[in-house]
Write a protein that binds this ligand. Sequence first.
Ligand SMILES: NC(=O)c1ccc[n+]([C@@H]2O[C@H](COP(=O)([O-])OP(=O)(O)OC[C@H]3O[C@@H](n4cnc5c(N)ncnc54)[C@H](OP(=O)(O)O)[C@@H]3O)[C@@H](O)[C@H]2O)c1
Length: 334
Amino acid sequence: MATGHRQLTQGFLMKQRRLGTLSVPAIGLGCMGMSAFYGATDEREAVATIHRALDLGCTFLDTAEMYGPFTNEELIGKAIEGRRDDVLLATKFGVGTPDNPGLDGSPKNVRRAIEGSLRRLRTDHVDLYYLHRVDPHTPIEETVGAMAELIREGKVEGIGLSEASAQTLRRAHSIHPITALQTEYSLWTRHVEDEILPTCRSLGIGFVAYSPLGRGFLADRFASADEIAPDDVRAHNPRFQGENFELNKRLTAKVRLIAEQKGCSPAQLALAWLLAQGKDIVPIPGTKRRTYLQENLAAADVELTVEDLTSIDAQLPAAAGDRYPAAALGTIDH
Ligand SMILES: NC(=O)c1ccc[n+]([C@@H]2O[C@H](COP(=O)([O-])OP(=O)(O)OC[C@H]3O[C@@H](n4cnc5c(N)ncnc54)[C@H](OP(=O)(O)O)[C@@H]3O)[C@@H](O)[C@H]2O)c1
């Protein structure tokens, strides 16, 4: 953790934002790493982190069927037992599980997946149900039509898409209002600004920014690529490899410098920057531990001026390397 960072103040009150018709905390909690993809896990600390999040008003929890698979939803179900009414639960379906590999947005899979998610999450409804990746073999109209059925049945409150193109968003929204798009967005991943974010804004669709800390890189989590275990997916991410890792350290150095000038940590700067991009943006930083959670929530109190934002734009070099390996990039809707 960086030395100087903004602390949570006494009586910290989480600010609220809107995603479509949902009122959510300005910063949510990404729970994926608590069970999958990012190295060692610790269930006790993960549950304590979720409880601390709820106590601090960070009630927007993000998970997916494929995190684990299944175990992340089970962890959350266990952690929120008895506190369901305090939580806004977001989960996702449509990306391969062991018995159904590949992308599947078919109505049949919509109906299968929700039942499993509700069971594991120990609830009768989810607040935001996302299609995790657009299935090129199922027209989006059919997927969204089946998801809208779940709303009518009271199993789902709002519909979301993840990593959908502007065109898919428009088609989906014509079938049923889309509450939110969840897509990667951060200081080093800004492609959504060209077409996707403006489309969300023109349709009134909220935007949930995933990997807002650049999978930890922007938060200064790693000094060297050697710190990343071979079974951590980031070991296979182009931005975390060899020469790219070294080049990207220039980016972290800049983020650290600007953060110091603002009296906050790099993670807080990265989150404050996202919050300053528009009231419709809700970052969901991921962490497995209470210390980072608290640091991240305090970013809601870091104010960036127009001059700060201009200077950040002028100073930050572009990231070296694609945001995903080629196979994963191939599943992204264009
Ligand atoms: N829709 C999608 O396709 C998709 C894809 C990826 C992620 N997501 C969602 O988005 C959430 C967030 O994304 P992400 O987890 O990939 O990336 P992220 O939020 O950008 O970064 C998470 C990493 O940053 C570290 N970290 C968190 N706070 C920190 C701090 N204050 N200082 C230093 N390091 C810090 C975490 O460390 P520790 O783990 O050690 O706490 C973790 O390694 C996920 O949990 C998941 O729910 C969605």
